[in-house]
Design a protein around this ligand. Structure first.
Ligand SMILES: NC(=O)c1ccc[n+]([C@@H]2O[C@H](COP(=O)([O-])OP(=O)(O)OC[C@H]3O[C@@H](n4cnc5c(N)ncnc54)[C@H](OP(=O)(O)O)[C@@H]3O)[C@@H](O)[C@H]2O)c1
Length: 327
C-alpha cells in the first residue's frame, strides 16, 4: 500500500524535507497500524526536521511526535480495527517514523485509546505541547494552590505556554505571562493572563542571588536567564516546572533561592511519562481539565504547508498550537 509522508533527507547542502510517496512495507515493525487523521507541530519536530542528532540519528526520516488516528490492523488484544487512538511521545517521530504521514506502525504499549470527550482533532490541538502543559500543571499544583498567589508562565504564546495558561485559568489560578510578542497581548489576556511582562524585561540578568518574591509558582518553557529570574522571584515554598530550552540550556545561579525560600524546581519529561500516568492525564484533559480556549488556540495546516511552519517555529514566531490535517 502506498502512502504520503514528509521525509527529511540529509544532503550535501544540509537537511531537506519534502512530501514523498512511500510503501507501507517500509514502516517500522510494530503491533498496531494506524491511519493518521491529525498530527501537530512541536518544537522537537522542527529539530528532527533540521538534523538535530540529539533528536534523530538516522535519515531519511519522517518526523512527527504526535498522531491521532484510527487503528487499521492490530496484533494486540488491547486494540482492534476501528479504534480511535492517540500516539504521542516514546520514540515516535524521533528514531521511529512519525506522525507527519498517512500511516504509522507502532508498539501497542505506545498507544492510548482516545478518551470520551475528545475528538481526534481536539487531541492533536492539545498534542504533546498541551500534554506537557498538563503534566507541568499536575506537578506544580501538587505544591502550589490557587490561594497561594500568582503563577508565571514563560514562552506564553507558544504551544506549552498557551495551553498551560488556559488550564490554569480553568483551575482558578491567577496567571502572569512572559512573552516576546507585543502583538499578542490580547490573545494572552483572552487565555486568562492578568498581567503580561515583556520577554526583554524579564530576560535581563540580575547578578544578585535572590530577588524580591513575586510569584507562588511557575511553568517555564524556555530555560536560561528567564528561568533563573523565575527561581529568584518565587515566594517561600514556591515551585516551578521546567520543560524546555528555547532560550538556553544552562542555568547560571546560586543555590540561595532553594535554601533560603525552600523552593522546588520540577523537571518535566513528556516523552517518557509512564502509561499508568499518561492515560489518566488524557482522561483529565478530555474532561475537567479540557482547555476552555482550545478552539482559539490553533492554526490548521496540511502536510504540504509543514516545511514553512517548521521554519517559523524555529524562529519562535508561531502562536499557540499548529494542527496538521493529514487525511
Ligand atoms: N520536556 C518535555 O517533555 C517537553 C515537551 C514539549 C515541549 N518541550 C520543550 O518546551 C519548549 C517549548 O515548546 P513549545 O511547543 O511551547 O514551543 P513553541 O510553540 O515554539 O513555543 C516556544 C515559545 O517560547 C518563546 N520563545 C521563542 N524564542 C525564545 C527565546 N529565544 N527566548 C525566550 N523565549 C523564546 C516564544 O513565546 P513568546 O513569544 O510568547 O515569548 C515561543 O512561542 C521547547 O524547548 C520544547 O522542546 C519539552
Amino acid at each position: 500500500m502506498e502512502y504520503k509522508a514528509l521525509v527529511t533527507e540529509e544532503t550535501g547542502e544540509g537537511y531537506l524535507s519534502s512530501i514523498k510517496t512511500l510503501d507501507s512495507e517500509q514502516l517500522p515493525i510494530g503491533d498496531v497500524l494506524v491511519k493518521v487523521y491529525y498530527s501537530s507541530l512541536n518544537y522537537k519536530d522542527a529539530l528532527s526536521a533540521t538534523g538535530n542528532k540529539g533528536v534523530t540519528k538516522n535519515y531519511p526520516h519522517t518526523p512527527g511526535i504526535d498522531a491521532a488516528g484510527i487503528v487499521e490492523l492490530s496484533d494486540s488484544k488491547e486494540f482492534k480495527a476501528g479504534d480511535q487512538v492517540i500516539v504521542s511521545g516514546y520514540d515516535l517521530g524521533m528514531n521511529t517514523a512519525g506522525g507527519f504521514a498517512e500511516y504509522i506502525r507502532v508498539p501497542a504499549d505506545w498507544v492510548v485509546k482516545l478518551p470520551e470527550g475528545l475528538t481526534m482533532k481536539e487531541a492533536m490541538i492539545i498534542g504533546t505541547a498541551g500534554f506537557t502543559a498538563g503534566i507541568s500543571v499536575t506537578r506544580m499544583s501538587e505544591l502550589v494552590k490557587p490561594e497561594n498567589g500568582k503563577i508565571i508562565v514563560t514562552g506564553a504564546t507558544g504551544g506549552v505556554g498557551s495551553v498551560a495558561l488556559s488550564i490554569l485559568n480553568g483551575l482558578g489560578y491567577e496567571t502572569v505571562a512572559v512573552s516576546g510578542k507585543s502583538s499578542e497581548h490580547d490573545f494572552l489576556k483572552s487565555l486568562g493572563a492578568s498581567e503580561i511582562i515583556t520577554r526583554e524585561e524579564f530576560a535581563q540578568v540580575d547578578k544578585r542571588p535572590i530577588l524580591s518574591s513575586r510569584f507562588a509558582g511557575g511553568i517555564d518553557t524556555v530555560g536560561g536567564p528567564i528561568l533563573e529570574n523565575v527561581l529568584k522571584t518565587l515566594n517561600l515554598l514556591g515551585a516551578v516546572t521546567t520543560c524546555g530550552s528555547v532560550s538556553a540550556t544552562q542555568l547560571n545561579m546560586s543555590v540561595f533561592p532553594f535554601i533560603l525560600r525552600g523552593i522546588s524546581l520540577i523537571g518535566i519529561s513528556a516523552q517518557n511519562y509512564p502509561m499508568y500516568l499518561r492515560e489518566p492525564l488524557w482522561q483529565k484533559l478530555a474532561t475537567d481539565w479540557k482547555p476552555a480556549h482550545l478552539m482559539e488556540l490553533y492554526n490548521e495546516i496540511t502536510l504540504d504547508e509543514l516545511v514553512s511552519a517548521i521554519d517559523l517555529i524555529l524562529q519562535g514566531k508561531l502562536k499557540g498550537r499548529t494542527l496538521v490535517k493529514i487525511q
